[in-house]
Design a binder for this molecule. Sequence first.
Ligand code: ATP
Length: 446
Amino acid sequence: MSFQSSDSSQREKAEETLVEVSGLKKHYPIKEGILKREVGRVKAVDGISFEIERGETVGLVGESGCGKSTAAEAILRLEEPTDGTITFDDEDITEYDDTELKSFRREAQMIFQNPDSSFDPRMSIGESITEPLRIHGVGPREHRLAIASDLLERVGLNASDVDRYPHELSGGQKQRVALARALVVNPRLIVADEPVSALDVSVQAEVLTLLKDIQTEFDLSILFISHDMSVVREICDTVAVMYLGQIVEIADTETLFEDPQHPYTRALLRAIPTIDAGTRGIDAALSGDVPNPSDPPTGCNFYTRCPEVVQPEGYDFEQENWRAVMDLRVALERHGIDVEGLREFVGLDAGDSITPQDVEKMKAELRREHDIPPSLTDSAAESVLEEALDEIVRGNGASAEALLAREFETVCGQSEPSLAESAAGHPTSCHLHSREVTQTPPLTDD
Ligand SMILES: Nc1ncnc2c1ncn2[C@@H]1O[C@H](COP(=O)(O)OP(=O)(O)OP(=O)(O)O)[C@@H](O)[C@H]1O
């Protein structure tokens, strides 16, 4: 994918683009009651745009539930998009009728994480691979099986495997057969949804190498879906990082790994297991849980967990402490604070009046629970925080919430950043890169 904007590169891009996804949304209605009235929407995919060039592999990466599979299914119209357009070879597939869809589905094949679910255990491998040909009247059977034998050899298996059955094959072999079956209809696009996640690491590498070889041989475009950054680096030319239904950064693979601009991308990269540090996991790199896509945060989707959330004007926090105070604020806003639990912690029964010592103990416990130090270095911030903690432990959560929202206002919680070119020259949606905060240099990991 090209991120240049000159006329010639635009022309070049137009000639080479196979798939163009623009403003794609897939919302699932949440219905309740006998009348099944719509009470909300799960915004599984919420306005994503990207392109796949001929012969290119584009990765969609992000944590579980960020909308990768839904995006893939909507792009193949296995799910009807709620909004947006998808062009394939310059034709808008969202306008296709059933006949056009049928022929599009031969051109765009899908490979899944678990090949078992797509094989009929009673069919031989040869029959499975050539079933699409049989349905389309390509025959006779011997001719079809000869095609299957040839494809099996191209994916690194034996021609004689046509007579074997799925249960006789290993996971890696089955994924090779799944690839052969996808190739039998001569597709131009393969959508691979976590195709190696269920395989051992050594087998993963073999299947990825095969995918690369097959891509060159058949001049395929690939949409590669994965939560695994190491695998994505191995196979993709371009990577789009998704968070809560949106693309937050998109760049060519090397740039994304060497010069990530979005704090979420940086967190994903920090979470890659290393030989020295072992597995940290994304949960260790970020605070809090992924918000529910039916109730995404206002402002930037990621601000409730972002380690680099922009600081309020006029205060001088250490970033780590600012994040901790934000976690307290997010907890208040999203589910409230368990004041009863705090009262129990200091030994108060229901109806007991609270002493100044109890208040201090409860506030100290709240700080401890939220990783906030006993005192903030910025005295003005400290007095706001103290006042908010006071309100919380006295049961006035709403006042504390209003105070923190007013005093510790951040652009990240107020307005949604657009996916715009960052200083590194590729699209990133983060206020650290938008004009309002150009004076604030992006924070580094250390
Ligand atoms: N049919 C559906 N109805 C309602 N919500 C759905 C439906 N399908 C998916 N979702 C929700 O949409 C969001 C995105 O799901 P999706 O499966 O696309 O994510 P993903 O990134 O592919 O995750 P995973 O890697 O776990 O498959 C999730 O919150 C999921 O619960």
